[in-house]
Design a protein around this ligand. Sequence first.
Ligand SMILES: Cc1cc2nc3c(=O)[nH]c(=O)nc-3n(C[C@H](O)[C@H](O)[C@H](O)COP(=O)(O)O)c2cc1C
Length: 170
Amino acid sequence: MDVFTAIESRRSIRKYLTKDVEQEKIDKIIESARIAPSAANRQEWKFIIVKDQSTRDKLVEACNGQSFVAQAPVFIAACSTESEKLMPCGQYAYTVDLSVALSFMILEATELGLGTCWLGAFNEEKVKSILNIPEDIRVVGLTPVGYPDENPDPRPRKSLEEILNNEMWE
Ligand SMILES: Cc1cc2nc3c(=O)[nH]c(=O)nc-3n(C[C@H](O)[C@H](O)[C@H](O)COP(=O)(O)O)c2cc1C
């Protein structure tokens, strides 16, 4: 699968088969994060892979009751190990770095025939408590990973005319 096909075919998946995900596929997803770019190549990140069913059951409540978190056999937490650094552009590096890495993982999962769903609706303190994450670490994004049990149509997007300017802001 080429990169654009992965980008185009990816969907947020909220229904999963109970089928296990092969370890080689999990390894490849994590490798996609490991080699992702980051600001000044600082790589201030850590990724937690959760397979344990009882932990995933607990995570449902921490993820605002999103029950598919318990259904998918794998869950990834993308964490920042340093969250103060501002880039010269004024943006925090950690949210950008972790978002790049999570995007790479999600696209690689798509190539491997796996479903994901970026989760921003979660209670960080609860997630940290369940996963034993230290106080100074930030959890930027989460995703379940598993074989999809649904095949959603593409969700609507703004038209190119609405999002694109040429040469200058119009
Ligand atoms: C930053 C971010 C946070 C999101 N949080 C959630 C979430 O907590 N739960 C959920 O079901 N989907 C979540 N989504 C998925 C979006 O709802 C989804 O990407 C959007 O509706 C477009 O659908 P698609 O991903 O299938 O193209 C999130 C997506 C992003 C990028």
